[in-house]
Design a protein around this ligand. Structure first.
Ligand SMILES: [Zn+2]
Length: 167
């Protein structure tokens, strides 16, 4: 859950009695199963009951994801779009077939959450920075010329501090 009421969680596409992980009404379903060419897990799990094999294919996906995030690749771009949706207040369900068993979707959800938190921090920091810029409105027009450099300077310092906080 973030400030806008948006959220991201992992659900299962399985339906029927006994499956408690199906998306609820009002949630936006985003498939991360193999039909998703970008965020589906290409590493196959032959036996769904084999826990070690499951952990292995999730870890393999995680390594690809980390590389992609570091390189701002297509997975990173898609995760950015999901984060935007959460920030806009959508309740996003990452739907695969695994939940409640561990799923590579858990890693995607974690990456989306992290990005949402970072952007919220950046936004909060941004609003702090704006107070520095707003100060310039208080300066009477006749001294703006002389004071402008000082205002610009402090605004720059403030935004530099914000960047430190946000990173
Ligand atoms: Zn899965």
């Amino acid at each position: 859950m973030n400030n806008s009421g948006g959220s991201v969680r992992v659900t299962s596409l399985r339906r029927g009695a006994g499956y408690k992980n199906t998306p609820h009404e009002g949630e936006a379903v985003y498939r991360v199963d193999r039909s998703n060419r970008v965020l589906g897990n290409p590493y196959r799990l032959d036996d769904v009951h084999d826990r070690a094999a499951r952990a292995h294919v999730i870890a393999a996906f995680g390594r690809d994801l980390e590389r992609d995030l570091a390189a701002n690749g297509p997975m990173s771009a898609e995760i950015g779009r999901l984060a935007e949706r959460v920030l806009a207040g959508e309740k996003v369900c990452l739907a695969c077939w695994c939940a409640p068993a561990p799923c590579h979707g858990d890693l995607i959800a974690a990456a989306v959450c992290e990005l949402v938190e970072r952007r919220e921090e950046a936004q909060a920091a941004g609003s702090t920075c704006r107070t520095g810029a707003e100060m310039s409105d208080e300066f009477p027009a006749k001294i703006v010329q002389g004071e402008a450099h000082a205002v610009d300077g402090s605004a720059r310092m403030a935004s530099a501090r914000c960047r430190e906080r946000a990173s």
